[in-house]
Design a protein around this ligand. Structure first.
Ligand code: WT7
Length: 655
């Protein structure tokens, strides 16, 4: 998806009244401050944005690179910063969360309520023996209880690992085992798009798969009342556990480097990586970016449509907005239910002023609005909006224009925020009221972030030339390690040839004139499907795990109008190559298999069969050819080194 041409388009000025970062001169001044005294800049902000129990005396500690430490001797508690601090500031009766359920029912939770609920659950967790440093897996859908569970873990110093509710029992099992979790917090079921889908049953299956012996208790939030199995010695209802627990719970004051959470994400090789985040540096960047990138003010209503199962839901639902004492919308359902006007209806009903969503959602809503005028944003009063955001994948200029015009009424700046699970918060993004916008470009680094584009040896490439996106200096919210895999952390993110720079895994280009960044896509075997990150190797492993059927499999991505990228799998069966109806039947079977192994988000959109895969004489799969085949392009590459050119015709055939 090349949006490099977009860079030449006219740039509408970002507008915002009295913005926190007021104009490019203010942006430049912050950049200059960070350049002049890097550690001092971050220390100033860490004092401004975070309330410390014990103040830190050191900012950055880079003595053991790449295992950087920030504000290490300071102590704090994230839940204190998000809840008590706001109540103490007189915001106790302010609405923290406007929760809208799948069926449209709305619940409002004030800061005082949220604090009381967090304390009661925190006390309940302690009563079950959860201690500082223990890992707790949270496998829940979007709910107030999900946010409360995260805050309760933070309150007692337990490290949470939220697993997206769309992951399968097998994936959940791997994450429980990887984290060595002592507890799983889940719900009986989740309500999505008018349907009830299992959660507790999947936890049961995950634990039954084995390897989860560390789990002593499962806490179950009753969401639907649907039928579930019950193991009395292990399973406990959340409402019974919290009943009678005091509404006060002294926060566990932890060191700034204490792991607040792990979040598993896909890499190009091997099993998903347990990205470990800190407490102090993470909270700083969550609060700071929420304030500056969204120009968030006290009377804003903020809505991030992400799920708490992804990092966006951590930083911009569970932590950032609450640290600022904001009012935010939390939505249980899906954008297309009961119809594709749901987002616009909710913006109107809740007077949302800052709206943050993913390009894939916008693209699918464009399609639906074009087919049905009744769900077009023009039918709703969206005048409360003042800022729009985009995250997770490149936003193509056409979707950008539609979002700007039809959702933002031509008035709202769009912040195209580039970042990653590993970065904890925004890295490259416009700031409303400062940065002139260019559709398709995430524009300039957040002040203090040393983003750059280099070649394979770590040398800067000239502007206008594509290269590898790196970050040259450590920053407070960066990944600290991969849980239990320090060497993998070092080799994945700090390869020796890149001079100690952080390797993002994306390609990028800077415009020669504006210096703006445009992300050109992953440079590794990681796909981005609907803003969800998937490793091709992970899907290949899932396919070949179907040992009755599959001999060999290779997975590549191809551009897709709605999902950004689509998963295309090339499969060699242990039996003869199927054709016609049989091929369709086996493809469906394999798609469902991958759904069970990883989760529905990993199901290949297309599966093609061959007697073999295109290989060189040394047996290496020629993925470049597979990418061309997946795009239905004519093969123009040199195929003379190919051992078995005949399979190309087979693999070009669709089922
Ligand atoms: C990958 C990170 C960021 C939180 C959600 C995804 C891609 C993310 C953008 C953007 C172009 C983007 C990159 C990145 N990406 N935001 N604004 N423009 N690409 O987090 O699952 O860790 O995925 O998403 O490829 O590396 P994630």
């Amino acid at each position: 998806m090349s949006n490099v041409e977009a860079i030449a388009r006219p740039a509408p000025e970002a507008e915002a009244e009295d913005p926190h970062v007021n104009g490019m001169a203010a942006y430049d001044a912050l950049v200059a401050e960070a350049e002049a005294d890097y550690a001092g800049y971050w220390a100033r902000l860490a004092r401004e944005f975070v309330t410390w129990k014990t103040p830190f005396t050191r900012s950055l500690d880079d003595s053991n690179a790449p295992f950087f430490k920030w504000f290490e001797d300071g102590t704090l508690n994230v839940s204190y910063n998000c809840l008590d601090r706001n109540v103490e500031r007189g915001l106790g009766n302010k609405v923290a969360i406007v929760f809208e359920a799948d069926d449209g029912q709305v619940t409002r939770v004030t800061y005082s309520d949220l604090l009381a609920r967090t304390c009661r659950l925190a006390n309940a967790l302690k009563a079950r023996g959860v201690r500082k440093g223990d890992r707790v897996v949270i496998y829940m859908a979007m709910s107030v209880e999900g946010v409360v569970a995260m805050q309760a873990c933070a309150r007692i110093g337990a490290t949470h690992s939220v697993v997206f509710g769309g992951f399968s029992a097998q994936s959940l099992r791997d994450r429980i085992e990887g984290a060595g979790a002592v507890m799983v917090i889940t719900a009986d079921e989740q309500a999505r798009g008018g349907k009830h889908l299992p959660l507790k049953a999947i936890v049961d299956d995950a634990i039954a798969l084995g390897g989860c012996e560390s789990v002593k208790d499962v806490i179950v939030y009753r969401r639907t009342g649907g039928p579930i199995d019950w193991q009395p010695s292990r399973d406990h209802w959340m409402h019974e556990e919290t009943e009678g627990q005091p509404e006060v719970c002294e926060p566990e004051w932890v060191g700034a480097e204490h792991p607040l959470f792990l979040l598993y994400t896909s890499g190009s090789t091997g099993k998903p990586k347990g990205v470990q985040h800190s407490t102090g540096g993470y909270l700083l960047h969550a609060a700071l970016t929420t304030k500056w990138t969204f120009d968030l003010k006290d009377d804003d209503v903020f809505w991030c449509t992400a799920d708490i199962g992804w990092v966006t839901g951590h930083t911009y639902i569970a932590y950032g907005p609450l640290a600022l004492g904001a009012t935010e919308v939390v939505f249980e359902g899906v954008p297309s239910y009961p119809d594709a006007g749901r987002f616009w209806q909710m913006i109107q009903d809740h007077q949302v002023s800052v709206f943050y969503t993913a390009p894939t959602a916008i693209r699918s809503l464009i399609k639906l609005a074009e087919g049905d005028a009744a769900v077009h944003p023009a039918r709703y009063d969206l005048s409360s909006l003042r800022i729009l955001g985009s995250v997770g994948e490149p936003i193509n200029p056409a979707a950008w224009e539609w979002y700007h015009r039809h959702v933002g009424g031509g008035r709202c700046p769009i912040v195209d925020t580039f970042w990653q699970t590993e970065t904890g918060g925004h890295m490259i993004t416009p700031l409303p009221g400062a940065t002139p916008l260019v559709p398709g470009s995430c524009t300039l680094p957040f002040p203090g972030i040393a983003a750059a584009i280099v070649d394979e040896t770590g040398n800067d490439v000239p502007h206008g030339q594509g290269g590898i996106l790196v970050v040259k200096k450590p920053w407070p919210s960066m990944i600290r390690t991969i849980w239990g895999e320090a060497e993998r952390f070092r080799s994945s993110y700090f390869p020796p040839e890149l001079k100690g720079y952080y390797l993002a895994g994306d390609g990028a280009i800077r415009d020669a004139e504006t210096r703006y960044f445009t992300i050109t896509g992953r440079i590794d075997d990681v796909l981005n499907v609907s803003g969800h990150r998937m490793g091709t190797m992970e899907i290949e492993s899932a396919l070949v795990a179907c040992t009755d059927l599959v001999a060999e499999a290779a997975v590549v991505g191809r551009p897709d109008d709605t999902t950004g990228e689509a998963i295309c799998a090339f499969v060699v069966l242990k039996r003869a190559r199927p054709t016609g109806d049989e091929a369709k039947k086996i493809a469906t079977e394999l798609r469902n298999w991958v759904g069970r192994e990883i989760g529905p988000i990993a199901k290949p959109k297309e599966i093609r069969f061959g007697d073999n895969l295109p290989k060189t004489r040394s047996g290496k799969i020629m993925r470049r050819l597979l990418r061309s085949l997946a795009r239905d392009e004519a093969i123009t590459q040199d195929t003379s080194t190919l051992e078995n050119p005949a399979v190309l015709a087979q693999l070009a055939e669709k089922n």
